[in-house]
Design a protein around this ligand. Structure first.
Ligand SMILES: Nc1ncnc2c1ncn2[C@@H]1O[C@H](COP(=O)(O)O)[C@@H](O)[C@H]1OP(=O)(O)O
Ligand SMILES: [Mg+2]
Ligand SMILES: [Mg+2]
Ligand SMILES: [Mg+2]
Length: 315
């Protein structure tokens, strides 16, 4: 029996149900998007997905803490009564017995922010802008124990025809879940950067496109970069669709959030790749909700890593 079997099972069931909720919302015509205080969007599906996943974690592992992106504050205001009604309706499609008070409590189960010996981190929709524009998005869940990511579950509902689900356990491997079972995934073996495929954010506000073009030129990368929303980029590198994922800071001092990276980072590491910050330092997931000790992210197939870090240092 492999390590964390129950955690993997619960995490995969949770992200799969959440992905169904997200696709249900996407197939409708009203996402009910709100702008948060930082101007980033949040939709009925972000709240619904967080409710579904936190409910599952709470039920299976009641003592574990959860650091998730959203909270139910906005939904508790009178102005947002129609949005709350939509969230509850979407949650009920997946969990028929759910009521409003439960939906709110499940969302707020994810409000931890501090480090803990055993803590899950959840992005209920990573790439909300991608979700809204018909691009890629992900439901990303990871278990961090004593600061190390041990388990990852990553649903990419818009990847491939039917959506794709990835998971990893530290020291065990990275897999794509298919109808025919779990298929191990592996990064490419490209060591010639001229032949590499590079992926990055669609949003130039999330990763500096001008800088990545310079780095690509320095590495003699011939192909145009592939722009994709969300942690689907980590899945792309992990299964060999791309060789490099660059996330280059656009604002000095921006701190990345752990829910934007934990699941994807373990999937790549277990697929044989490497993930660091732009200085080549390992991402430090031991500090609570933020990657306070890191700047940006560089993920590669491993073989290309040193060359990419050197090109960034020069640029
Ligand atoms: N200035 C920024 N630099 C890097 N990432 C950002 C920045 N602003 C927002 N993000 C995060 O980028 C993620 C999407 O990344 P991608 O471009 O790869 O799809 C979102 O989770 C978003 O976080 P948030 O939703 O908390 O604002
Ligand atoms: Mg967001
Ligand atoms: Mg995110
Ligand atoms: Mg999100």
């Amino acid at each position: 029996m492999s390590a964390y079997q129950r955690e993997v099972q619960i995490a995969l069931e949770a992200v799969t149900s959440a992905a169904v909720l997200c696709q249900n919302v996407r197939q409708g015509d009203d996402f009910v998007a709100l702008a948060k205080s930082d101007k980033s969007p949040v939709t009925v599906a972000d709240f619904g997905s967080q409710a579904i996943v936190c409910r599952a974690i709470r039920a299976a592992f009641p003592r574990d803490l959860i650091i998730a992106e959203e909270n139910a504050d906005a939904l508790r205001t009178e102005d947002q009564a129609p949005l709350l009604a939509r969230v509850v309706a979407e949650v009920k499609k997946v969990v028929p017995s759910a009521d409003e008070a439960q939906a709110l409590a499940w969302i707020d189960a994810g409000i931890s922010r501090d480090a803990a010996p055993r803590v899950w981190t959840l992005d209920p929709i990573d790439g909300t802008k991608g979700f809204l524009r018909g691009g890629q998005y992900a439901v990303a869940l990871a278990l961090i124990i004593d600061g190390q990511i041990e388990v990852a579950a990553l649903a990419c509902p818009a990847l491939d025809d039917e959506g794709s689900i990835f998971w990893a356990v530290r020291g065990v491997g990275a897999f794509q879940r298919t109808a025919a079972g779990d298929k191990p995934i592996e990064v490419t073996s490209t060591s010639n950067s001229a032949k590499a495929a590079l992926c990055e954010s669609v949003e130039s506000g999330h990763s500096d496109h001008d800088q990545s073009a310079k780095i690509a030129a320095a590495l003699q990368i011939a192909r145009p970069s592939v722009r994709m929303d969300s942690q689907a980029k980590y899945a792309a590198v992990a299964r060999g669709d791309a060789d490099i994922y660059l996330r280059l800071p656009t604002i000095a001092g921006y701190q990345e959030k752990i829910w934007d990276h934990a699941a994807g980072a373990l999937v790549i590491a277990e697929a044989g790749g490497k993930v660091t910050d732009i200085d080549g330092q390992p991402l430090d997931f031991s500090l609570g909700s933020m990657l306070k000790n890191n700047r940006g992210v560089v993920a590669t197939n491993g073989r290309l890593h040193d060359a990419v870090i050197a090109a960034i240092a020069k640029a």
